[in-house]
Design a protein around this ligand. Sequence first.
Ligand code: UD1
Length: 447
Amino acid sequence: MDRIRIVGGKRLNGTIPISGAKNATLPLMIASLLTPERLTLENVPSLADVVLLGRILGNHGVDLTVQGKRANGPGANGGNGVANGHAGANNHGFPGRIFHLQAEEIVDTTAPYDMVSRMRASFWVLGPLLARMGEARVSLPGGCAIGTRPVDLHLMGLEKLGAEISIDEGYVVARAPKGLSGNRVVFEKVSVGATHNVMMAATLAKGETVIENAAREPEIVNVAECLRAMGAVISGEGTAAIRIQGVDTLRGARHRVLPDRIETGTYAMAVAMTGGEVHLEGAEPALLQAALDVLVEAGVSITPKNDGITVARNGHALRSVNVSTAPFPGFPTDLQAQLMTLMTRADGTSTIRETIFENRFMHVQELARLGAEIKLDGDTATISGNAHLKGAQVMATDLRASVSLVIAGLAAEGETTVNRVYHLDRGFERLEQKLSACGAEIERLTG
Ligand code: UD1
């Protein structure tokens, strides 16, 4: 299994191109199930999750082709085992790819356990399959390293649209032989996935659906824009109430994946950790204002530019902060582990409260191996600052935790090896190449 080896202590200086957002790409690919016509997505990142979802959708009958030629830049051959096929190199050798997805016919409405269990977001095929075919059989995703993560809100939402749902041998069996009907769907808790699932299903339901307490994440907005380009009638995305007027059919469209705000925030924290100055090319500040505000509070210089964000820390000490994760526009849970790493080097004691997922603190034990002092009490972590981090062997069981260990390794004295790189490849495109281009001593060890 691949590992990442880092020799810490180098400042980061240069430019890092920001890729298309994983969390938008996945539901956008799934949206291709809603129409027999071709959906073209631009700025698709090369990630293991994207490849896996391509396979899952292929099972349902989606024909996926990747347009364009291999880029010539230094990062052209990404070491993450993900097939390349880039279009036009305009982005330091890391151009997003163009995907064409076409589900002329749905050949299978079952999403099997061995696939859904490997990637939770593939459960979101349920709504679109049901809306288009009147039936779907999708495996329950099962447990997950960051908590129980139930799907009750997804099922409640689809039931409100008239689906009959039962659970059979670990599968959700959903039927709507006469089609779905619009309704008022009120989520008791904000869920990104349930909002995607119900919003996509409602595009083909009869009549109007209103989703209340909807997720407001930028990826929801990006998907709503794509659905609108496909002929859906949607308004209110980005607010807590999304209105969808059902239509009979959707058509093909061309749509661009928005920049990855989590990747942006991760590299911003890496620069804050090591010191130096890096331009995050293509990043959009409005997508992660809460996280940028926290970095400014910590003493990091953030300068929005017309083609990205420049992040710098030159000589200033880091100040401690107290932060709670929250649904958008709050501080994202997907940047919690990275911020915790950063706060191990702050001048003072910080607290971070995790309100979205229980049990999302697996990185704490691994950070301790590098010398961090973090105390856990329920949903709150208290982080002692000014830790002397020293390189060690570490491993993590989820994507964001893994990258927090990479950030720690960049600032630790000596050599850190991050094992189970598979998790990083799920969500970070060519991480080691982007960082080494800015002066980090980081390499992938294969095998
Ligand atoms: C998405 C993101 C993930 C991010 C998370 C929260 C993708 C592919 N993944 O995950 O990176 O960390 O949003 O911003 O976009 N819940 C229920 N019942 C449900 C569904 C969710 O109780 O039916 C709970 C979850 O356990 C969790 C909370 O709601 O406590 C939020 O989860 P949700 O927003 O659904 O996360 P995902 O969509 O899975």
